[in-house]
Structures are given as C-alpha cells and as structure tokens.
Design a protein around this ligand. Structure first.
Ligand code: ADP
Length: 191
C-alpha cells in the first residue's frame, strides 16, 4: 500500500484550501481515502502557540509533514494546504516522504500579488498594507517560490473546479494512486 502527499504551497488566499478540498471530494468519490491538512486549522490545534518566525514556520511545516507521512504510509492521499514559504522545509518534507516510499507532489498555487490584494478574501492584505499585521508572507515576510514544482496551478484566472481538474489529470497521468488504499465497494455517483 502506498499513498501520496500532495503539498499545496502558495501565498495566503491563492486557493490552496479551496482546491485541495475539491480534489479530496473528487478522490473520495472515486473510492480513495483523502484527508486535507489545512494550515489555518493546524495552527488552531496541532501548532497552537507557534508564531511566524522562520523557526516556528519550519516547526509547523515539520509537524504537518509528519502527520501527512503517517497518513500516506497507510495508503491515504494527504492533501497539505499550507503556505510553507521556505524551500528547505518543503524539500525536507519531500525527502522524508520519498524515504517512506510514498509519492510526493509539490503543487505551486500561483496567483499574483495584485490579484490577491484585490480579492483579499480574508481581509489580511489590507491589514498587512496598513501595518497592523506584521510578518505577512509575500508582503512583509519571505515567500520562496518552488524552484521546480511538480505542478503549477495559476489561480489568477479560471475557477477552482478547473484547477482541481488539472490536479486530477496530473494524478491520473503519473499513475500516482496505483497502490493507494481504495474501498472495494464504493459506489460511484454520477458526475
Ligand atoms: P488559501 O488556502 O491559499 O489561503 P483559499 O482557498 O482560502 O486560499 O481562498 C482562495 C479564494 O480565491 C477562494 O475564495 C476562491 O473561491 C477564490 N478563487 C477565485 N478564483 C480561484 C481559482 N481559479 N482557484 C482557486 N481559488 C480561486
């Protein structure tokens, strides 16, 4: 049995949560086991009390990586939706996952800053701009773009559904889930 980690990285509001949830739904409908590890939720529980220094961000990413690996080695598809701004921390997650003989896919959810600031779904870009939210990734804190992502999703245009479909195509093309856990008797609903 071999699961996979799909690691969605990108700036706040780029669409990591939205797309990973859609992908999880699609995978479940196909009988796979999928879990989303959402950065915002992780910070309320698993990483409660951690701040936004580089050290704390790296600790947060290591914790998420550990849980994702525990899931993946049980045949689950772990979808990580976390800014994870530092390249080294993401590369460490990749190395550890591959050492466990599970798949690791780095998905760069890419949206330009002007679009993010205009959308400002969570109101954070406004706060970052007026200085009331320090250490905000992409504005007043670093974001190291993936050097060689397995998949890049542009989210300044199109719909979340279209981007989720791209991820599903990628999974199928690479045959990533050939050894993943699948329920034998799942009924496939019509799309
Ligand atoms: P993140 O998890 O990266 O912080 P969210 O998924 O919480 O981002 O928010 C992304 C927002 O952008 C959602 O409100 C979503 O509906 C919107 N959006 C608009 N276009 C797209 C797109 N093409 N892909 C993903 N999200 C999009």
């Amino acid at each position: 049995m071999k699961g996979a980690i799909l690691w969605f990285t990108g700036l706040s509001g780029a669409g990591k949560t939205t797309i990973s949830r859609l992908v999880a739904e699609r995978l479940r409908r196909q009988g796979y086991r999928a879990e989303v590890l959402d950065g915002d939720l992780v910070r309320e529980h698993l990483s409660k009390g951690l701040g936004f220094s580089r050290e704390d961000r790296d600790t947060n990413v290591r914790r998420i990586g550990l849980v994702a690996r525990l899931l993946a080695r049980n045949g689950v598809v772990a979808l990580v939706a976390a800014i994870s701004p530092y390249r080294d921390a993401r590369e460490e997650a990749r190395r550890d996952t591959l050492a466990d003989k599970a798949h690791f896919v780095e998905v760069y959810v890419k949206c330009d800053l002007a679009t993010l600031a205009a959308r400002d779904v969570k109101g954070l870009y406004k706060k970052a701009a007026d200085g009331s939210l320090p250490n905000f990734t992409g504005v007043s804190d670093p974001y190291e773009e993936p050097a060689d992502p397995d998949l890049t999703l542009r989210t300044d245009a199109g719909t979340p559904d279209e981007r989720a479909a791209e991820v599903m195509e990628f999974i199928a093309r690479r045959r990533l889930l050939a050894d993943a856990a699948r329920e034998a008797d799942v009924r496939y609903p019509d799309y």
